[in-house]
Design a binder for this molecule. Structure first.
Ligand SMILES: [Zn+2]
Length: 185
């Protein structure tokens, strides 16, 4: 009975978690352009290595990330979760997007600002158009559906692009960051 339970457990474990785990670092040549843009924006060297978990199914991605099926990727602590690669249109850009989020977390910016800055670095909204949502800074993105979240991300990018023409990243960190890292200027 005991061995049967063990076999059942192993089988369960294997069928539920079939993800691939690897590491990604800002030193990777494919990320050089994104790294350069982010460094110019924050005014300091960008480094970091993160665990990358590639889910084997959308169900697994949802279970691992705690997000809806329509998200492509997510980042938490120093781990990035992505959907099965066949569902990710631009893997490098998607991973760079999540790595930017993880790097920027040290500044504890409001999410709309962080999302907008990330999209300025990846350039993913250039040449694309979505509905603009008013006052992105007051919106809660957590319960949004797919189309609303797209509009939200696009609106964050539009808003932050405007702000960055008038204010530096350092000024935004001082004005809007919560608990500024001492090394940040
Ligand atoms: Zn994002």
């Amino acid at each position: 009975m005991k061995s049967l339970a063990l076999v059942a457990f192993l089988f369960f474990g294997m069928t539920v978690f079939c993800f691939t785990s690897t590491f990604v670092s800002w030193e990777m040549p494919e990320l050089e352009e994104y790294k350069g843009l982010l460094e110019r924006l924050v005014g300091k060297p960008v480094t970091g290595t993160y665990r990358l978990i590639i889910a084997s199914s959308t169900g697994e991605f949802m279970e691992l990330s705690g997000l809806g099926y329509w998200f492509i990727a997510a980042a938490e602590d120093s781990t990035i979760f992505v959907q099965p690669l066949s569902l990710v249109p631009n893997v490098t850009q998607t991973v760079a997007h999540e790595m930017c989020h993880l790097f920027l977390r040290q500044y504890r910016l409001p999410y709309w600002l962080e999302e907008g800055i990330v999209c300025c670095v990846t350039g993913e909204w250039i040449g694309r158009k979505e509905l603009i949502l008013d006052r992105v800074e007051s919106l809660d993105y957590s319960g949004m559906d797919f189309m609303t979240y797209r509009s939200y991300s696009f609106s964050c990018w539009v808003e932050v692009s405007k702000i960055l023409r008038e204010r530096t990243f350092g000024e935004l960190v001082v004005a809007l960051g919560e608990g500024v890292d001492e090394q940040v200027e």
